[in-house]
Write a protein that binds this ligand. Structure first.
Ligand code: NAG
Ligand code: NAG
Ligand code: NAG
Ligand code: NAG
Ligand code: NAG
Ligand code: NAG
Ligand code: NAG
Length: 545
C-alpha cells in the first residue's frame, strides 16, 4: 500500500529563492518536490517487467496541494531515454510551457533534470500525473494529484476518516518499448493482459477501514485504452467530485470510469465486520477482464467471500444515463467562496462551433488515427517554443479545420487557432463502435450533452444549460456524440487528445493555440528561465527578455 506521501515535501514556505525566477502570486504557498525517475523491476501480474518508478515507487507518490499553491517539482530523468511528465486536469493557467507534453516542452534528456513550476490556480479536486512521451505510460510513472480546498472554503461534505487514491487501469505484460514498436510498425495495440489497482493485480492490495466511518476514494483511470467499471461489494458509493467539480451527491452501486477520468466517492463502512471485494472490470469488451482488491474492516473476523459482484458489461444506455445523472451541485462551493453555480455558462453566447470527427485508417499501409482527417505528427521543435521564438516552418495555424472535410486521412502537425476570451462549442462525433475519451489540456469544460446518432443543430435542444458537470475528460459513446462548452480563458498551446494511448500516439490529437495579441503577463507568463531548448529552438538563448 502506498498513500503515505506526507513526507515528500522537502520544504513548505511562503517565500523562497524561486520567487525571483518564477512569476507567480507571491502570497500563495510554495511546495517543493523532487521526483526521481528510474527503471526498476515490477511484477504487477506476476510477470517480471521493467517498470518506470518514481522515487522508487510504482505507482509514484501522490502530489498534495491546496488551491492556488505553487508547485516546484524537480524531475530527475534517470532513464536511458528522454522523458516528460504531464499533469492530467491541472490547468497551469497562463503557463502552457509547464504542460509537459511534446508540443510544449522539450523532453528531459537522460541523466538531466527539469524543474516544473505549476500553480494550481483556482482548482480543487482529484487528478493524476503521467509520463507523456512514447509508451512510457504503459510502464508506470504515474501518480495521483489532489488539490484540497483552502481552509476557509466550505467543502460540501464532512471530512472523511481517510482519503485513498485508487489508480486503476488496463495493463500489458509487454514492455513499453515492444508496445511502441507494434505501433511504429503500423499495427494496433493488442488486448491488455489484466487490470491493476494501484499497481497490483488480483487480490494484490487492500485498504484498511474502520467500521462505521466514511472514507473518500479518488479513482482515476490511468490505463491505455479500456473503460472500466468500479464497485465495492456490499457498499454503495456517494459521488462527490468529478475532476474538480463538486457534484450532486448521488448514490451509485457502480461507476464507469473512462480512460483519463477521475472521480471521488464517499463510502460508509456500514456492513458487518468482514472483508469485501473492491472490483474493477472492463466495459464494452467481449472478454471481460476483472481484478479485485480487498476492503478490510479493521475489526474484520471474516475474509472476502461470496461471488465477486458483477457489473454492467455492454449496456451503453446504462452508462449514458449514468453520465447524464452526473451534475454540478450549483449551491456548493468549488475552489472559490462563491457557489459553483454563480457562473451561468448557459447564458453565454457561443462564438464558434467546432465539430471533431475521429477516424481510424491505414496511411501508406500503416495504421493511423485522425481528427477531421488530420493524423498528428510531432514536429522537430515543440510548437510552443517555435511560436515563442518565431521559428517558421514548424507548424501552421489552421492546419486542422473546424469541421470534418471528408478528405482521406493525411499526416500533418495540426494546430487550430482560437482567440482568447471566446466561448466555443465543441462537438465530438464518434462514428466507430468503440467508446472514445477526449481530454483538453489547460481547461475544464462543461459537458452539455451526449446522445446516440449524429449531432445536428437540433441536438442543442437537449443540452443541459444549467448544471452540467465541468471537467477535463469526456467519453463519447459508440456511434454517438458529446458536446462541450469551453470558455477560452487560458492563453497558450494546449493539447487536445484522445486518452486512448495507442490512438493518441498514432495521431489522434492536435494543439489548440489560444492566442491574444496583447503581450502581458496578466494573460500569459513568459518562457521560464530554465526552459530546455531543443530542435530548431536550440540556437535561441532564453536571455535576455
Ligand atoms: C535517483 O535514484 C538513483 C537510483 O536509485 C540514485 O542513484 C540517484 O542518486 C537518485 N537521484 C536523486 C536526485 O535522488
Ligand atoms: C535541475 O535541478 C537544479 C537543482 O538541483 C535546479 O537548480 C535546476 O534549475 C534544474 N534544472 C532545470 C533545467 O530545471
Ligand atoms: C483472488 O481474486 C480472484 C478474483 O479476482 C478470486 O476469484 C480468487 O478467489 C481470489 N483468491 C484468493 C486467494 O483470495
Ligand atoms: C449541494 O450542496 C449543498 C451545499 O453544500 C448541500 O447542502 C446539499 O446537500 C447538496 N445537494 C446535493 C443534492 O448534493
Ligand atoms: C447573446 O446574444 C443575444 C442576441 O444576439 C443578445 O441579446 C444577448 O445580450 C447576448 N448575451 C450575452 C451574454 O452576450
Ligand atoms: C531563434 O532562432 C531562429 C533560428 O536561428 C531565428 O530565426 C529566430 O529569429 C530566433 N528567435 C529569437 C526570438 O531570437
Ligand atoms: C513582451 O513584453 C516584454 C516585457 O514588457 C518585453 O521584454 C518583450 O520584448 C515583449 N515581447 C514582444 C514579442 O513584444
Amino acid at each position: 500500500m502506498k498513500l503515505k506521501a506526507s513526507g515528500f515535501w522537502k520544504r513548505f514556505a511562503l517565500f523562497s529563492a524561486f520567487a525571483a525566477v518564477v512569476i507567480v502570486e507571491a502570497e500563495n504557498p510554495y511546495r517543493f518536490l523532487d521526483l526521481n525517475i528510474t527503471y526498476g523491476d515490477i511484477y504487477p501480474l506476476g510477470v517480471r517487467q521493467q517498470g518506470i518508478l518514481i522515487n522508487g515507487q510504482f505507482p509514484g507518490p501522490d502530489v498534495y496541494s491546496v488551491t492556488n499553491d505553487n508547485l516546484v517539482i524537480n524531475v530527475y530523468n534517470n532513464l536511458d531515454e528522454p522523458f516528460l511528465l504531464s499533469w492530467n486536469g491541472v490547468q497551469q493557467r497562463r503557463n502552457s510551457y509547464q504542460d509537459g507534453v511534446y508540443g510544449t516542452t522539450c523532453p528531459i534528456p537522460p541523466g538531466k533534470n527539469f524543474t516544473y513550476n505549476l500553480q494550481v490556480k483556482d482548482q480543487i479536486g482529484s487528478f493524476f500525473y503521467f509520463p507523456s512521451l512514447a509508451l512510457h505510460k504503459a510502464a508506470g510513472g504515474f501518480g495521483g494529484i489532489r488539490i484540497l480546498s483552502r481552509p476557509k472554503i466550505p467543502v460540501p461534505f464532512p471530512d472523511p476518516a481517510g482519503d485513498f487514491t485508487l489508480l486503476i487501469g488496463d495493463w500489458f505484460n509487454r514492455d513499453h518499448r515492444q508496445l511502441k514498436a507494434i505501433l511504429d510498425g503500423g499495427h494496433k495495440l493488442p488486448s491488455p493482459n489484466g487490470i491493476l489497482i494501484n499497481g497490483h493485480g488480483p487480490n494484490g492490495t487492500y485498504f484498511t477501514v474502520e467500521q462505521g466511518k466514511t472514507y473518500r476514494f479518488r479513482i482515476s483511470n490511468v490505463g491505455l485504452q479500456n473503460s472500466l467499471n468500479f464497485r465495492i461489494q456490499g457498499h454503495l458509493m456517494k459521488l462527490v467530485e468529478v475532476e474538480g467539480t463538486h457534484t450532486l451527491q448521488t448514490i451509485y452501486e457502480s461507476l464507469d470510469v473512462h480512460v483519463g477520468q477521475s472521480y471521488s466517492v464517499l463510502v460508509t463502512m456500514d456492513q458487518a465486520a468482514q472483508d469485501f471485494y473492491i472490483v474493477v472490470s472492463t466495459r464494452f469488451t467481449e472478454q471481460i477482464l476483472t481484478t479485485t482488491a480487498t476492503l478490510h474492516y479493521s475489526n474484520s473476523y471474516k475474509a472476502v467471500s461470496g461471488p465477486i459482484p458483477v457489473g454492467p458489461t455492454y449496456e451503453i444506455d446504462w452508462s449514458l444515463n449514468q453520465a447524464r445523472s452526473i451534475r454540478t451541485n450549483l449551491t456548493s462551493s468549488g475552489p472559490r467562496p462563491n457557489p459553483q453555480g454563480s457562473y451561468h455558462y448557459g447564458l453565454i453566447n457561443v462564438t464558434r462551433t467546432i465539430k471533431l470527427v475521429s477516424t481510424a485508417a491505414q496511411v501508406n499501409g500503416k495504421q493511423r488515427y485522425a481528427v477531421n482527417s488530420v493524423s498528428f505528427v510531432p514536429a522537430d521543435t515543440p510548437l510552443k517554443l517555435a511560436d515563442y521564438f518565431k521559428i517558421g516552418g514548424v507548424f501552421r495555424v489552421g492546419s486542422i479545420s473546424d469541421n470534418p472535410t471528408g478528405q482521406n486521412m493525411y499526416l500533418d502537425t495540426s494546430v487550430m487557432g482560437a482567440d482568447y476570451r471566446t466561448f466555443v462549442e465543441v462537438v465530438f462525433e464518434n462514428h466507430e463502435n468503440i467508446v472514445q475519451s477526449w481530454h483538453v489540456d489547460g481547461y475544464a469544460f462543461w459537458v452539455v450533452g451526449m446522445d446516440g446518432g449524429v449531432w445536428t443543430p437540433n441536438s442543442r435542444e437537449e443540452y443541459n444549460l444549467r448544471d452540467a458537470v465541468s471537467r477535463s475528460t469526456t467519453q463519447v459513446y459508440p456511434r454517438s456524440w458529446t458536446a462541450i462548452y469551453m470558455a477560452l480563458d487560458n492563453v497558450g498551446m494546449w493539447n487536445v487528445r484522445t486518452e486512448n494511448w495507442g490512438r493518441q500516439y498514432l495521431g489522434q490529437q492536435f494543439y489548440l493555440r489560444v492566442y491574444t495579441p496583447v503581450n502581458s503577463t496578466r494573460d500569459e507568463y513568459p518562457i521560464p528561465n530554465n526552459a530546455l531548448l531543443c530542435g530548431r529552438a536550440q540556437r535561441n538563448s532564453t536571455t535576455p527578455f
